[in-house]
Design a binder for this molecule. Structure first.
Ligand SMILES: [Zn+2]
Length: 266
C-alpha cells in the first residue's frame, strides 16, 4: 500500500519512481550549509545519507485524488531513453507505482509539471507520445519560455510532443484546479517553478516540487542549492512559504520529491 495522506476530501498518494546517489558531494551542492545545519538535517532525514556520507536522493511523484479528479504532480526520471539518463537511475518505476496505487494513466485528467528539470518530466511522455493520454499538462508560461531560452532537453523531449498532441496548457501564476486545490507560482529554483497547494478546514498540504530538495533546506531554509537558477529568489520564496505554512492553524504538511520520507509535518 503506497504512503498517503488525507486533507479534507483529497487523498495525496506518494509514488516512487526511483532512488540513487547524487552526482556531486552534498557540500558542493549546498556550499553555505554549516556543520550544525548538516547535523540537524541528518537527524531530521537520516535516510538521505549514503554510507559514504553522500546524498541519497529519492525521485518521487504524487497523485491527488479529489472527487472524480485525478491529478499527478511531476513525472519523475522516466523511461530508459529519458534525458535524466545522463545522471539518474533510469528506467524509473512510476508505471508500476501507479498500478500499485490503483491508478490507470488514462484516468489522470491533469498533470502538473513543477519545472523543467529532467528528473521531473521523465514520464510526461513515452516513445514520443503523452504517457497520460487524456490529461491536460500544466506548466507556467515563464517555464515554457525558459525551456526555449536555455534550449533545455525538456523542449524536444516533452514539450514538443505535448504541444503536438494539443495537451499542453500554459499557466500564468496561480491556477485553481478545484475547490481547495490550486497551483501556485514558486519561482527561484527555476523561473516558472510551481507547487500544488491542497487546503481544507482541517489543514493544508503543499506538494513542493523543488522548493526544497534536501532536509538541510528545511532545517535552514535560507540555504542555497547550487542548481537553483536564481538562488536569492528561491530563498525568498522558500522562507516565505514555509513560514506561512508553519503558522497555519490546523498545521501543514509538505509532500516532497527528494527527501527520505514523502511527507513532512511542519
Ligand atoms: Zn528535482
Amino acid at each position: 500500500m503506497p504512503l498517503q495522506r488525507q486533507v479534507g476530501e483529497a487523498t495525496i498518494v506518494a509514488l516512487s519512481d526511483g532512488e540513487g546517489p547524487f552526482f556531486e558531494s552534498r557540500t558542493k551542492a549546498f556550499p553555505t550549509a554549516t556543520p550544525d545545519d548538516w547535523r540537524k538535517a541528518d537527524e531530521t532525514d537520516p535516510a538521505s545519507v549514503t554510507a559514504g556520507g553522500g546524498w541519497l536522493l529519492r525521485f518521487r511523484c504524487f497523485a491527488i485524488r479529489l472527487g472524480n479528479r485525478t491529478v499527478i504532480v511531476d513525472t519523475g526520471i522516466g523511461p530508459a531513453d529519458a534525458p535524466a539518463a545522463s545522471w539518474a537511475p533510469v528506467p524509473g518505476r512510476l508505471p508500476a507505482a501507479l498500478d500499485e496505487a490503483g491508478i490507470h494513466p488514462d484516468e489522470v485528467d491533469t498533470v502538473v509539471l513543477t519545472h523543467l528539470h529532467t528528473d521531473h518530466i521523465g514520464w510526461a511522455v513515452q516513445a514520443g507520445k503523452p504517457f497520460f493520454a487524456n490529461a491536460r499538462y500544466l506548466m507556467q508560461q515563464t517555464e515554457i519560455k525558459a525551456i526555449e531560452e536555455y534550449a533545455s532537453p525538456a523542449g524536444p523531449y516533452a514539450l514538443d510532443p505535448l504541444r503536438a498532441a494539443g495537451q499542453l496548457d500554459a499557466v500564468d501564476g496561480e491556477h485553481r484546479l478545484a475547490p481547495g486545490l490550486r497551483v501556485i507560482h514558486t519561482p527561484g529554483h527555476t523561473p516558472g517553478h510551481q507547487s500544488v497547494l491542497v487546503e481544507s478546514d482541517s489543514g493544508a498540504l503543499l506538494v513542493t516540487g523543488d522548493l526544497l530538495v534536501h532536509a538541510v533546506q528545511l532545517v535552514a531554509p535560507e540555504t542555497a542549492y547550487t542548481h537553483e537558477m536564481d538562488s536569492d529568489l528561491a530563498r525568498t520564496t522558500r522562507v516565505a512559504l514555509l513560514r506561512d505554512l508553519a503558522g497555519r492553524e490546523g498545521g501543514a504538511t509538505l509532500a516532497v520529491p527528494h527527501l527520505g520520507d514523502p511527507f513532512v509535518d511542519l
